[in-house]
Design a protein. Structure first.
Length: 98
């Protein structure tokens, strides 16, 4: 049995997500080197209204944690990947530009 896959998977564990986040994460999961994308905790924060922005924040075992923010909400996203933080941020930036 072969375990090589052309794309990773998107794990949907919560019923609520930031607007526009799931389609972007689905495209991220199709990126070579990305194994699993899991949206995490959703929280309300203070701040001015902003469009959806995603940035790589800290390394985790096997990948990186991302922070997605739109208006006054923020959501953690965990990405299991072999990509470096810089490469992952560049890919996320390209996906957001589309």
């Amino acid at each position: 049995m072969s375990h090589s896959r052309a794309s990773g998977r998107l794990v949907l564990t919560h019923s609520t997500h930031l607007p526009g986040l799931i389609p972007l994460l689905a495209r991220l999961a199709e990126t070579p080197g990305v194994k699993t994308v899991t949206p995490g905790r959703l929280a309300t924060v203070k701040g001015r209204p902003t469009p959806l922005t995603i940035r790589v924040t800290v390394p985790i075992i096997g990948g990186h944690k991302l922070q997605a923010r739109v208006q006054s909400s923020v959501q953690e996203v965990f990405v299991i990947t072999t990509l470096s933080a810089n490469d992952l941020q560049q890919i996320v930036n390209r996906l957001q530009a589309k």
